[in-house]
Design a protein. Structure first.
Length: 74
């Protein structure tokens, strides 16, 4: 996880929110949707981004809430 911000990643059948570079989860949620809401709240407060990973661990979506010199396509 090298991208700055909050990452929503699979975690033992549930979903966790992790700060980029951290090995520990900030929070763990039963659904990906709940984890996305939690990560979005943190990212808005910190003016960073949210990186949503799929079940395969690959980033499938990115949302930015700060000064973004490289806006996402789409």
């Amino acid at each position: 996880m090298s991208k700055k911000g909050q990452h929503v990643v699979p975690h033992a059948g549930r979903w966790s929110v992790k700060k980029a570079g951290s090995s520990r989860a900030t929070s763990i949620h039963p659904t990906q949707d709940e984890a996305i809401r939690a990560a979005t709240k943190i990212a808005r407060n910190q003016k960073t981004g949210v990186y949503i990973h799929g079940t395969d661990g690959r980033i499938r979506e990115r949302n930015s809430f700060g000064d973004d010199s490289h806006p996402s396509k789409g």
